[in-house]
Ligand binder design. Structure first.
Ligand SMILES: [Zn+2]
Length: 435
């Protein structure tokens, strides 16, 4: 009987498989590990990037199924391309659509690619990434649920404003109030950002990341208490998961400078592109090489052979070259790419798209560019992976599964509340489900 069961999903951006040991020592998220089931390694989809992975978590699909290949709608030579913000960008059903059709109440807070989604209480991640101003409302109207704007924006909107803006503070102000004021939704997805920022800035296993996990534990305690006070605690499945892992960066490559040196990109005296045969988009720990004219088979062969030569050159930090067909076949990835390149597993490479740098192998800082010590975007099976643990009436206590794929999370979470996501690529992980 799963008719009245509920989900409370707490997503920590960049939660790593290796964090589980530390989380065991924390009082609140540690309880979920002690009382529930654990999937130690969850392989993200490819690329292991925030927006594509968040879409995988709610649809059970890889990019070929959900249609979101990257955070940004990539454009040649644009470091400030628009981001995928709208639910209408996602081209398949989400778990929220299945829930709504079954008459369940849904809530999603700070989830990417959710603007205007058909969710009862929706406050999507929508403010542009580099936004530092004080007028947030234009990004919210028509994207967030009006009743949430009316009820809460006057007192919590200030958390979204100015240089010190904190989406996590805003999210955690809203979440317990919604449970109190509207009753606990049947499905509630709450997304937190700051762990990812700490890892980008300080490295995968930096002290700041563990301090941040303590903060997330306190936030989770607030959600638990809100459910205890105002919701249906006995019938709630608490789920904690991440969207991708992280890798410490060992090498930087300004790949477009390399393509220019090889004659595939032509620039003027201001480093502006005046012509190109191949251009590299950055997915941080992988690079997407896009041909200007993919029908030019001779040029495609030339570029492919060039990339293979770089891979085989011990001085050049590329360990993997895959074709468009290979990434579609292996990972269900489609996007603005003809080849995908990556560093080696031991020495991961961050791919930069800039042409303004002075050294191919040194990070270049400029408008829209930030310095990271660690990042992601790497192949799903490479460490760090992310993880998933859960406790509640639909979940078997004490089960530990070594590994699964991210696309299996959505149908499994759906099954916990009696929904059958029968049209996605993933399958239900039956081993962790109670009767
Ligand atoms: Zn992320």
């Amino acid at each position: 009987m799963t008719g009245n069961r509920k989900l409370l999903v707490f997503l920590l951006d960049a939660l790593c498989a290796s964090d589980v040991e530390f989380i065991r020592t924390l009082p609140h998220m540690g309880r979920v590990l002690r009382e529930g089931a654990l999937i130690e390694h969850v392989e993200p989809i490819y690329p292991s990037f925030t927006y594509p992975c968040h879409c995988a978590i709610i649809t059970g699909n890889t990019v070929k199924g959900h249609g979101i290949p990257h955070n940004e709608k990539l454009e040649v030579e644009n470091n400030n391309a628009p981001w995928y913000n709208q639910r209408s960008d996602v081209k398949c059903d989400t778990i929220f659509d299945y829930a709504r059709r079954a008459g369940l109440k849904t809530c999603s807070l700070s989830w990417p690619v959710s603007g205007g989604a058909d969710i009862d209480y929706n406050f999507p991640m929508i403010v542009p990434y580099h936004y530092e101003g004080y007028d947030v409302m234009p990004y919210l109207e028509g994207n967030a649920t009006q009743i949430l704007i009316d009820e809460y924006y006057w007192k919590y909107g200030r958390f979204l404003m100015g240089k010190e803006r904190s989406l996590d503070l805003f999210t955690m102000a809203l979440a317990p109030d919604i449970i109190r004021d509207f009753g606990q939704p049947d499905l509630m997805y709450v997304k937190m950002c700051d762990l990812d920022t700490k890892r980008h800035n300080h490295g995968v296993k930096c002290p700041e990341a563990y301090e941040q996990l303590r903060k997330h534990d306190q936030e989770f305690a607030v959600l638990e208490e809100a459910v205890r006070r105002y919701g249906d605690y006995e019938n709630t499945n608490f789920i904690i998961l991440g969207d991708h892992g992280h890798q410490d960066i060992k090498h930087y490559v300004n790949m477009n400078m390399a393509l220019r040196d090889a004659g595939f990109i032509r620039t003027d005296e201001n480093n502006k592109i005046i012509g190109y045969d191949a251009y590299c988009f950055s997915t941080c720990m992988s690079g997407w090489v896009k041909l200007k004219n993919p029908d030019d088979k001779e040029m495609a062969k030339k570029v492919y052979e060039y990339l293979l030569r770089l891979r085989d050159d011990p001085e050049f930090p590329i360990g993997v070259v895959m074709t468009k067909d290979e990434v579609l076949d292996r990972y269900g990835l489609v996007g603005p790419l003809d080849f995908v390149i990556e560093g080696t597993e031991e020495e991961p490479t961050e791919f930069e798209a800039t042409l303004a740098g002075e050294d191919i192998f040194k990070v270049h800082l400029g408008p829209g560019l930030y310095f990271s010590l660690a990042s992601h975007g790497h192949m799903p099976e490479r460490d760090e992976t992310t993880t998933f643990f859960a406790c509640g009436p639909s979940i078997k206590k004490g089960v530990v599964i070594p590994r699964t794929k991210m696309i299996n999370e959505a149908p499994t979470m759906a099954a916990m509340v009696g929904l059958n996501m029968d049209k996605c690529e993933g399958h239900v992980i039956e081993e962790i489900l109670a009767d």
